[in-house]
Structures are given as structure tokens and as C-alpha cells.
Ligand binder design. Sequence first.
Ligand SMILES: [Zn+2]
Length: 249
Amino acid sequence: MDEEAAEVIREIFRRVVAGESGNDIARTLQARGLLTPNNYKNTKDGKPPSEFTIWSGRTIHHLIDNPTYVGLYIAQKHTTPSYKNHKRIIRSEEEWVKIENHHPAIVDLETFEAAKRLRDARRRITKRGDKGELSGLLFCKDCGSKLALAHQQYDYYICNKYRARSLYETDHCTRHAIRREAIAQIALVKIQETIALALGNKERFIAEVNKSANKDTEKAIKHKAAELAKAERRIADSTALSAAFTKTT
Ligand SMILES: [Zn+2]
């Protein structure tokens, strides 16, 4: 492997260890127009790079799992049932032939293992299915999308439109990150205020609830009216168009 490619591999490990997610790293590399490992190999073999192969979180996770980068060579990982049957079966790990320092390492073992640990920790969080206690209740002020829980060194809620943005989209929102504990504190204070009001001044509490419910209804009516006007315009347009079409034929 040449030094330029090795530097990309080192950068990926550095970023994983720094707590960046696979998807974020993939976006950065893609934006810089760097070749994926597959396309790098294609280019070396004299083939054109495939435009369909792009960096993804999977590429990153696959890459940090590869012991080649610490100088380890693994042989006899697969076997076949017999010399006639060529079906590949994976051997148990004890049977693999591992040769350490087989070739110069690109990253040191410590970094390699730290990257794996961080990746696994991140996976455990995702698997736990923790969506955040305020999910579905928080909205982005700019684009109106729901805020989704994201995990980095800390837990954050971020704009879902930003989170789901693709590399090719241009109108995505910005991150709008808010720390999970911070918003939980704010929500807690609000809840306590509401309870205090409900207990202390029942009439005012009922009035407040009605007022905010009315505000929501008003908003919903306005929204529906705008939709109706739009639909009516569309009908008028298509009627005019079909009338014009009938006249000319
Ligand atoms: Zn947004």
C-alpha cells in the first residue's frame, strides 16, 4: 500500500478513536472525493472506479475490523468440505493461522483496539433501542422536523432532516444539536411549573390549557385553509388547460 492510502487509513482510525460516527467519517471522505478501498483497488488494477461505490458507515466499520492494518496476516480462515466440494466454510478462530508482523503495520495495535471498542460501544447504544425520552416531542425551529437522539461522546438531540441528509442533497437543515441533559432539565422545570400552577390556581390553569389548545386548533385550521386554496388553484389550472386543449383539437 502506498503512503497516500495509508494516511487515509490512519485518518479513519484517528477519527473513530476521536468519537466520530462511521457515517460522519464517510461523509467527510466522500466530500473530499477520496477513493473507497474498492475503487482504490480498481484503479490500481487499471479498471475505472465505479461511480456506485461510495463511502458509507459500513465501509468504515468494515475497514477498522481489518487486522491487515496492524501487520497481521491471517491464513487458513476458510476450508472446503472435501477436495471435490468447493463450498467455502469458515473455520473456528483457533484454527486460523495468524502471522504477526507479517508486513509493516499502518496503525498501532493500541489504536486498532481502541477503535474497535468504541465501535462496539456505539453499537450497544443503538441496539439498546434508546430513542430518548423526549423523542417525538421536540421539533427543529428552522425546518419543523422532529429532533432525533444521536450518540457521540455525549447524547444529543439533532434535527432529523440534517441527520438523514444525503451527500447529494443541498437543502438540508443544520445540526441544531442540544445536549440531552440540558433539554431534560428544561423539560423538568416546565413540568414542575405546570404542576405548581395546576395545584395552586386551578381556574388559571384550565384557562391556560384552553388557550394553548385553541392556539393549536387555530394553527391547524389556517394550515388546512392554505391547503384547500392550493388544491382549488390546481383544479382551476387543470380545468383551464383542458379547456384550451379541447379548443385547439
Ligand atoms: Zn431542521
